[in-house]
Design a protein around this ligand. Structure first.
Ligand SMILES: NC(=O)CC[C@H](N)C(=O)O
Length: 216
């Protein structure tokens, strides 16, 4: 970490309308360049953070609650401008398109030029854990223990600006080693799994770094 950046630090918001937000808050606790961590439920709180994590949970429920709290438009505006990381349901929220949506569709925030498919691996009982490589972010030899719970995957990339950060290894289920599970597009990042359910905060650190650089 670069010390002059650390002295300022960032205020990280975690969207706390629904889902696994507390676990993300705990993961951010020991990162030195995090100035403040805020559970975000209102537009005023959203406006006071430098970056946002949208947790896993249930994207349909999260979207409905956001709509009822008049948070959909403020969130859409936020994700267009400020660093945001969507994990699992949060990744669905950030996608421009989702398949496997509930009848009648569901509201998305959009911003990431990707298409995702919800519940790619089936139901809760089909949850699994696996090691993932993030060669450009974590280095070739430092895999990440990833927990997939009713997870989506990225089925299409719609812009050259989208960088693939990680794919499922070919040894998982019936995948062919091509299934994309993590991407970054400028100030937006998305991961299909739950990085807050392990003790490994390297992806949280990476996101905080992204936010620090965005602010400069
Ligand atoms: N663990 C999760 O976040 C699951 C995502 C959920 N299946 C959805 O569609 O929103």
């Amino acid at each position: 970490m670069v010390s002059e950046q650390t002295s300022s630090g960032v205020t990280v918001g975690v969207l706390a309308l629904q889902g696994a937000f507390l676990e993300h808050i705990h993961m951010l606790d020991n990162i030195p360049s995090v100035k403040e961590i805020l559970a975000v439920r209102t537009e005023a709180q959203l406006n006071s953070v430098d970056c946002l994590i949208i947790p896993g949970g249930e994207s349909t429920a999260m979207a409905l609650i956001a709509e009822r709290c008049n948070m959909l438009e403020p969130l859409r505006k936020f994700v267009r401008a400020k660093p945001t990381w969507g994990t699992c349901a949060g990744m669905i929220m950030l996608a421009d398109e989702a398949t496997g949506a509930k009848k009648g569709g569901q509201q998305l925030l959009g911003g990431l030029s990707i298409c995702v498919n919800r519940n790619q691996f089936g139901t809760q009982k089909d949850s699994f854990e696996t090691m993932l490589h993030f060669p450009t972010v974590l280095g070739e030899n430092r895999p990440f223990h990833a927990v997939f719970i009713r997870a989506p995957v990225i089925t299409a990339i719609k812009s050259d600006d989208v960088e693939v950060l990680s794919r499922l290894e070919s040894t998982v289920g019936n995948t062919d080693g091509e299934t994309i599970v993590a991407v970054r597009q400028g100030h937006l990042m998305a991961t299909a799994f739950h990085p807050e359910l392990t003790r490994d905060n390297r992806l949280h650190q990476y996101f905080v770094h992204m936010a620090l650089h965005h602010n400069q």
